[in-house]
Design a protein around this ligand. Structure first.
Ligand code: ZN
Length: 635
């Protein structure tokens, strides 16, 4: 629909070295200097082939995988253009603030452009931090300009890099020449592929082979804030190798020359993951691989981003397969792009051994219970609207999320795809599963690094070819439902149902240990920070819950419980004691310096979600069982 052309994978035919500004047939030269990364500045110098006349350069606005117009233009500084040693004045477009207009003087055939990108220290409206004192991630879109109006497939770049002395780096691009361990020039490649290949650099750097002796190669590259943090345990390495094997068994084709997981482990970058064809940009806490609770919470991070190489990068909804970074994206099919990835990220985490079956069930219980009980927002906003609204919801704060309804096309799609999986198994009498859909939808054109766009009808058609069913009606109902509650039929068809007890859910326990959030959503109806910058703050309150009825609101600070200074243990004791009494739980709250005691009339005791067997066929365990031969046993 958007004429997103396939990219040649292994070579660059001369015809693709197209004219830039209609004058030249040579690539843009790009030199990026990361030596000031610890001081949070990236330096960039570009040379554009030009011809005399009006010329406009643009800064990437809509970033692939972020689905939002959030290219951090506010921190693009020091912009300067020169030709034949003379400054070329520029003027920003009055409406499109991402565009810089200039006039190329007669006789100028190469224009030099320089800019600095200032990295934010904190996550916020200005963008996301990408460097710490010891680690730097370079998404190339931060440091490039390109000619307005061209397709990013058609603009070729020859990039080179310098990193701080003693640092090492990894990138999915092929190296054309290397002057030293800290400097290299890369293959000439389209801007699409350049931005799709972020670079990871750091002082403490280690690379692990995830498919020894096999082609294509798979590697895990870790840059961390300490040498200790780059250590991958024997079990973890076995799981990572199993993950590679599981995707082979699932899809039967790969869309990369080699695959590089980039993993930045530092407490100074927000936890995040961004997908690419031949690599992924993953960011976790420094002790992610050393602390079992941290790994429990992030077990599906690498599986999720890896799955995206097939679902999101190779197959992409037409609305997200845009021709360049200025063209707006449409997120309505993110319940496939992100939702199917979210489902399989979790399933592959289990198939690879990152999660034991009971850990998977605890994760699912916590997730599904939150969707079922903690989302009054579904009464006004349907699931599809959370996808359409992606570019505004990504920046939404946690406060108010149960009523606003966050980006539920991630987690609620787990329920939808689980149900689809059980329907395929039922309709095909156990002969087919959702894996067959993945193989058919994502598993053709082995080795091709390209985008194959799809529509809603393509998804329905492929599912129908696997198992005839009214899939259009199935998705329409789930995408446009207003509840009550989450669509739990798939969970029950998989042999399990939500049940509650006073025993803490293990996934919630791990989350509380790592991020300090006490989750009492299923009893009082509130979450509260017990640690961190926002300590004592009420994170969210479910409208209509006991805490909501008592008048408690997000942003208030919890001071005391039943007259005593609060901590998580005392709050839980108060809930337990209220179970056997008729008196309220009294919370002293600080609301913008005004103190107030609010009474919660709740006597249901502690209440945490778990999955309970229905004693029917255990389809969930069958889905989560590893499929590839036992790579895990090799180690
Ligand atoms: Zn994703």
């Amino acid at each position: 629909m958007r004429n997103f052309l396939a990219i040649a994978s292994l070579c660059v035919p001369p015809a693709l070295l197209v004219s830039v500004a209609g004058a030249q047939t040579q690539p843009v030269k790009l030199e990026v200097d990361l030596r000031d990364a610890p001081r949070r500045v990236y330096h960039s110098r570009m040379e554009f082939p030009v011809k005399p006349g009006p010329f406009t350069l643009v800064y990437p606005k809509w970033i692939p995988g972020e689905h939002a117009p959030n290219g951090p233009i506010v921190d693009v500084t020091g912009v300067g253009f020169r030709g034949n040693g003379q400054e070329i004045p520029w003027r920003r477009d009055d409406v499109d603030l991402y565009a810089f207009h200039c006039n190329i003087p007669a006789g100028v055939t190469t224009m030099e452009a320089t800019l600095d990108y200032l990295l934010p220290k904190e996550d916020g409206s200005a963008g996301s931090p990408s460097a710490s004192a010891q680690v730097a991630v370079l998404p190339w879109n931060l440091v490039v300009l390109y000619p307005q109006g061209l397709k990013t497939d058609d603009v070729m770049f020859s990039a080179s890099i310098r990193v701080p002395a003693g640092w090492r780096f990894a990138v999915a691009l092929q190296t054309a020449s290397s002057q030293s361990p800290e400097a290299a020039a890369f293959e000439t490649i389209s801007l699409t592929r350049l931005v799709d290949s972020p670079l990871l650099a750091g002082a403490f750097f280690k690379t692990y082979d995830l498919s020894p002796g096999q082609k294509p190669e798979h590697r895990l590259n870790i840059a961390a804030d300490s040498a200790m943090a780059t250590t991958v345990g024997k079990d973890q390495l076995a799981s990572l190798r199993q993950l590679v094997a599981e995707t082979g068994a699932l899809f039967g084709a790969r869309h990369y020359r080699h695959y590089d997981f980039m993993l930045a482990l530092t407490d100074h970058l927000p936890v995040n993951g961004l997908e690419h064809h031949e690599s992924s940009d993953n960011r976790g806490p420094e002790k992610m691989l050393l602390d079992p609770d941290s790994l429990e919470g992030l077990a599906d991070l690498l599986p999720h981003e890896f799955f995206h190489s097939w679902n999101g990068k190779y197959r992409r909804p037409v609305g997200l397969a845009t021709s360049n970074y200025q063209e707006p994206m449409k997120g309505d099919l993110l319940w496939v792009y992100e939702g199917l990835t979210q489902y399989y990220g979790v399933i592959l985490a289990a198939r690879s051994g990152f999660w034991k079956p009971e850990q998977l069930r605890e994760y699912l219980a916590a997730t599904f219970a939150a969707l079922n009980e903690g989302r009054p927002g579904r009464t006004w906003r349907d699931l599809e609207d959370t996808a359409i609204s992606v570019s505004i919801l990504y920046g939404a704060r946690q406060a108010g999320s149960s009523w606003r309804r966050p980006a539920d096309y991630y987690e609620e799609s787990e329920l939808i795809w689980l149900e689809a999986d059980t329907i395929i198994r039922r309709e095909s009498k156990g002969q087919k599963s959702l894996d067959d859909f993945c193989r058919k939808f994502h598993g053709s054109e082995d080795g091709a690094i390209k985008v194959a766009p799809y529509t809603f009808d393509d998804v329905v058609r492929t599912l129908t070819s696997i198992a005839p069913f009214d899939w259009k009606k199935f998705f329409d109902e789930r995408l446009h439902s207003h509840g009550p509650g989450a669509p739990l039929d798939g969970l029950e068809a998989s042999g399990w149902r939500l049940a509650y007890s006073d025993a803490l859910n293990d996934h919630q326990r791990a989350a509380e240990q790592t991020d300090g959030t006490v989750d009492l959503s299923f009893s009082l109806g509130l979450t509260v920070h017990a640690a961190g910058d926002d300590v004592n703050s009420i994170v969210d309150v479910v409208p209509g819950s006991p805490a909501g009825k008592a008048g408690i609101a997000p942003g208030m600070k919890l001071v005391a419980v039943n007259g005593r200074k609060w901590n998580p243990d005392w709050l839980r004791v108060a809930i337990r004691e209220a179970k056997n009494s008729t008196g309220p739980i009294r919370l002293l709250l600080d609301n913008d310096e005004y103190y107030q005691t609010l009474e919660i009339d709740y006597h249901g005791g502690e209440r945490y979600p778990h999955l309970e067997s229905l004693h029917t066929a255990d389809v969930l365990s069958e889905i989560a069982k590893h499929r590839a031969p036992g790579t895990r046993q090799i180690e």
